[in-house]
Design a protein around this ligand. Structure first.
Ligand SMILES: Nc1ncnc2c1ncn2[C@@H]1O[C@H](COP(=O)(O)OP(=O)(O)OP(=O)(O)O)[C@@H](O)[C@H]1O
Length: 595
């Protein structure tokens, strides 16, 4: 684990790219600054020695002003160099965190959709954003500070022995003990504990996101936080771990702080004794003044070392977590890609089981959507309609059989080519918090404003644009600008229309739309699918009648297949569904008439 974490720090620098040199420069400057910051203490020692040697005739003290200026210049130079060091490391840190976020975000897009189903979005957000942020503190502050923090005590040890080895030794004892305590706090059990603690923070973040998302359910059913068991238990386990962490560190932390600040306890009495017994009592006293002034600097540096240690544990954990995302295998891209010929879509003996599921969601399913035709998938809930449609954009890859687009296996078509050929309109439309124009243009970023407007018109979205304060430039999700479910779906349809792909995979549910919206959406569907190859997941049988072919999926198997008339004549599942549908429609009409 320790080895692993060390590797993680070098992986972190790997993200820095060209800015690695800037990090090295920043750390070197920080070391130089630490060395220079010691000079004023030495100069003060010279001054004190001069005063003691001149006593009682202070007028003979020489170079007092000179030493004063020099001390000031050294202090200023040290501060200026430290400032330069931080500039370098901050620049490198921001760039490194940016690279990490970019690379992780890019990698996420390449992952199969299944990865997102089994990983909560709150956890992923935290893994990418917070973990990258955590490394910023390490690279910007803690790493350069730790160089200074190492340089200072090392130089101090040399100095301490130059002036008076006995007092130097006395100063070293607390420094050595505190460093040993520090290593104890950072190593072995503590490091593992730290990983668990980080994991608890992550769980808490993920569960909090889920909880906030589920607030409507909580409110409607009058539940309290206790009903959201996993959120509650993640709060409790975080709180337990936080207290345990505090308890585990209680003794070493107290020892560290006490010992580090107790140098004077040894130094002053020992200095007095040495003054008394030494032939050069005044000289020893001058040395004592130096040590009294200088040891707090050492304590401060070792404190910095502690913070740097903590930050490096955090950063190592962060890089390790980010590495877990980066190690997830992306959907494999074909080495020798094939190009679809035509726009047929076909599932050939496809069997697919969701990861972790026991039963297959699709078993040996075969059907074909000939170019330019419309095929509707119908059947009872859970029958496998959405799963079958999801295999076409490779949200998942089938374990057995083939999914073909234009005669080529989707696994042998490049993602870019596949996405170019196929437009997908699913029930859960996601609109970004940006302008309607940009939302529509998400399908084709190079489209002109006119083209986007035309697509919006074709998607029957004129009325939406008219009532928006800035028309197509209105930003969705800002104060007072919200779209209804049906309106959102029309904007999503405009997106698909703008894409103008020859194959359309469509989930036509309009369950949440009011009759007016439903009629508009229906018209938008017609525009979108005109002249295209269409695979439609049909939830309402009214839209299915016109399909060239209907496939009934039940329990993951193809149960029936044929035209509306053929299936009615067969008197199977579809015929029963149609009967139910008509009864429901008649009941609705009857109710409206009587009302
Ligand atoms: N992400 C998933 N992980 C595991 N199992 C899943 C997942 N998504 C769907 N399933 C299962 O796969 C089967 C087929 O589901 P699918 O969503 O394809 O059915 P459907 O016919 O589209 O249903 P509906 O009409 O209700 O949308 C179901 O048993 C479902 O529980």
């Amino acid at each position: 684990m320790k080895e692993n974490k060390k590797g993680n720090i070098s992986k972190l620098l790997g993200f820095a790219g060209g800015h690695k040199k800037l990090t090295v420069l920043g750390c070197t400057l920080s070391g130089v600054s630490a060395l220079l910051s010691m000079a004023p203490y030495i100069l003060i020692w010279f001054v004190a020695r001069g005063i003691f040697e001149a006593m009682p005739d202070f007028s003979s003290v020489q170079n007092l002003v000179h030493f004063g200026w020099e001390a000031l210049w050294f202090a200023l130079a040290s501060a200026a160099i430290y400032f330069g060091a931080l500039m370098c490391t901050h620049l490198a840190a921001f760039r490194t965190a940016r690279n990490m976020r970019f690379r992780a975000a890019k990698h996420l897009v390449d992952l199969p959709l299944g990865y997102f189903t089994s990983n909560q979005s709150g956890r992923l957000r935290k893994m990418i954003d917070d973990n990258a942020g955590m490394t910023e503190t390490l690279l910007a502050h803690e790493l350069p500070d730790s160089v200074g923090a190492v340089v200072t005590p090392v130089a101090a040890v040399a100095l301490l022995f130059v002036f008076d080895w006995r007092m130097g030794l006395l100063c070293l004892i607390p420094i050595a003990i505190s460093i040993a305590t520090l290593f104890q706090m950072m190593g072995g059990k503590q490091a593992k504990f730290f990983s668990r603690y980080q994991r608890a923070v992550e769980d808490l973040s993920a569960e909090a996101t889920e909880y906030v998302r589920g607030i409507p359910v909580v409110k409607v059913f009058q539940q309290t936080v206790y009903s959201f068991k996993s959120f509650y238990s993640s709060i409790m386990s975080y709180s337990k771990l936080a207290s345990e962490y505090a308890m585990v560190n209680r003794t070493p932390m107290t020892a560290f702080t006490t010992v580090l600040n107790s140098t004077f306890l040894l130094l002053i009495p020992a200095g007095m004794i040495l003054c008394g017994v030494s032939a050069d009592g005044w000289g020893v006293l001058v040395d004592l003044v130096f040590y009294i002034l200088f040891t707090p600097l050492c304590a401060m540096m070792i404190n910095r070392l502690m913070y740097a240690g903590q930050a490096s544990m955090e950063a190592a954990e962060a890089v390790y977590k980010l590495g877990q995302i980066m190690e997830e295998a992306p959907l494999p891209e074909p080495e020798n890609p094939e190009f679809p010929k035509g726009t047929d879509v076909e599932l050939r003996h496809v069997t697919f089981t969701y990861p972790g599921a026991e039963a297959p969601a699709l078993s040996d399913v075969s059907f074909r959507v000939p170019g330019g035709k419309t095929v509707a998938l119908v059947g009872p809930s859970g029958g496998g309609k959405t799963t079958a449609a999801s295999l076409i954009p490779r949200f998942w890859d089938a374990q057995e059989g083939e999914v073909l687009v234009g005669g080529a296996d989707v696994r042998r078509i490049t993602t870019e080519e596949l996405m170019d050929k196929v437009a997908f309109v699913f029930q859960d439309t996601h609109l970004f918090k940006t302008s309607i124009l940009e939302n529509i243009r998400a399908a084709r970023p190079d489209a002109t404003r006119e083209e986007a407007l035309r697509a919006a018109r074709a998607a029957q979205a004129d009325d939406i644009l008219e009532k928006m304060p800035q028309g197509i430039d209105t930003v969705i999700g800002t104060k007072g600008v919200y779209l209804s479910g049906g309106e959102q779906q029309r904007i999503a349809l405009a997106r698909a229309i703008l894409k103008d792909a020859p194959i359309v995979v469509l989930d036509e549910a309009t369950a949440f739309a009011d009759p007016e919206n439903e009629a508009l959406i229906q018209r938008a569907f017609e525009t979108l699918t005109r002249g295209k190859t269409v695979l439609m997941i049909a939830h309402r049988l009214s839209t299915v009648r016109g399909a060239d072919r209907i496939i009934v999926l039940k329990d993951g198997k193809k149960a029936e297949c044929g035209s509306h008339e053929q299936l009615l004549a067969a008197g199977g599942i579809y015929a029963a569904m149609w009967k139910d549908y008509q009864t429901a429609a008649e009941w609705k009409v009857g109710k409206e008439v009587s009302a």
